[in-house]
Design a binder for this molecule. Structure first.
Ligand code: ZN
Ligand code: ZN
Length: 364
């Protein structure tokens, strides 16, 4: 068994199986990661229950999922070592993307939009050699043109694997939202993305942060306060517009970030903004149309911006994690072993009664 490793394979919706694979020998530009921890992305849970994603997010089954990962460099080729600036034994975070490095999006820094993008744990089947294309396993293969970052041993593993989640938040708050010190920010949806967004908005010096969720989000809303939310709103109990108006003495907010896929929340978002405000939308509705009062966009000269992925944002996330400024680990409510992946996915899909997970982390 020495040259074999164990990964968890999604064969069809709701069917995950352990499977042994040969441990590959990597070439000069390749790398092999020994997985230390992988967190379950909301999209993993959706794939597990059978949601079909389109385009670059569609998954060819069977697949080894997992794209939020921290591990140590187990094997690395000479060129890869030079390129990434890491050596055997280093602890690293690997971004989900494998770049083509040639298309206009790669060349202009928007590699999450790469025309030929391949993503670990998302759109490469484990039938394709060397098979280990996802992090739900003891090892993951890291192809040439990946994005690899060193991370300090001082960051606990269940926080380190959240580097891409926090990288996303840097994208919504800083790169896209351009949140300035003192500005008022509303975050709609207190899932892991929303909580990370609150944290980064606080870190960026936002003046007032409002976090909104529903009755099922009580635990998340409370954690949001620890990450810097000044006000929380349960929209099942209070009208969001009214609440935001009260908290801001009628001025409303400079920036609103919709991490939720709720049609109603996204539809309401622009009404929360003051003139010249910005609405950043990373939340996916699953193809549902969102009705919007476009007159508000015109008469307040609003800007509405999409947000996808974390190109050039993981660096800042790692720096924040290494500072140990926020209790990031409190998001990781469930730590399971890799062979409990099935349970972990059901937890992440909010299907396990009596449990209220925020983030589920798997450890091989
Ligand atoms: Zn993800
Ligand atoms: Zn490209």
């Amino acid at each position: 068994m020495l040259n074999r490793e164990l990964s968890i394979v999604l064969e069809s919706p709701r069917r995950v199986r352990p499977r042994y694979f040969d441990i590959p020998t990597v070439g000069s530009e390749g790398m092999l990661l020994k997985v230390e921890a992988v967190s379950i992305c909301g999209s993993d849970a959706e794939r597990y229950v059978g949601v079909k994603f389109g385009g670059r997010l569609s998954s060819p089954l069977p697949i080894i999922m997992g794209h939020e990962v921290v591990g140590t460099v187990d094997q690395i080729g000479v060129e890869a070592s030079k390129h990434y600036g890491v050596k055997r034994g280093d602890r690293v975070v690997v971004e989900p993307y494998i770049l083509c490095g040639r298309c206009r999006y790669c060349l202009t820094g928007y590699y999450q939009l790469c025309m030929n993008v391949r993503c670990y744990g998302i759109n490469i089947s484990c039938e394709e050699p060397p098979h280990l294309w996802g992090a739900y396993g003891q090892y993951m293969y890291v192809a040439p043109n990946s994005r690899v970052h060193k991370i300090s041993n001082s960051v606990p593993k269940e926080e380190a694997c959240l580097a891409s989640t926090i990288g996303n938040a840097f994208r919504w708050v800083c790169t896209k939202g351009d949140v300035k010190p003192g500005e008022t920010v509303a975050v709609l949806g207190p899932g892991p993305q929303g909580l990370a967004t609150v944290m980064v908005a606080h870190h960026a010096g936002a003046g007032k942060i409002i976090l909104a969720g529903t009755s099922i989000d009580r635990r998340r809303l409370r954690l949001g306060v620890e990450y810097g939310a000044d006000h929380i709103v349960n929209v099942d109990e209070k009208d969001l517009l009214e609440a935001v108006s009260d908290f801001t003495s009628g001025e409303m907010v400079d920036k609103v970030i919709c991490t939720t896929g709720s049609v109603k929340a996204i539809s309401d978002a622009i009404r929360l903004l003051k003139p010249l405000g910005v609405c950043v939308i990373p939340g996916l509705t699953g193809g549902r149309a969102v009705p919007m009062l476009t007159d508000e966009i015109v008469t307040k000269e609003l800007r509405i911006i999409g947000g996808l992925g974390q190109p050039w944002n993981v660096e800042a996330a790692i720096k924040l994690l290494e500072s140990r400024k926020y209790p990031v680990g409190k998001m990781a409510t469930h730590n399971l072993s890799l062979d409990e992946a099935d349970k972990g996915l059901r937890l992440a899909a909010q299907e396990v009664e009596g449990e209220d997970p925020i983030k589920v982390v798997l450890t091989p």
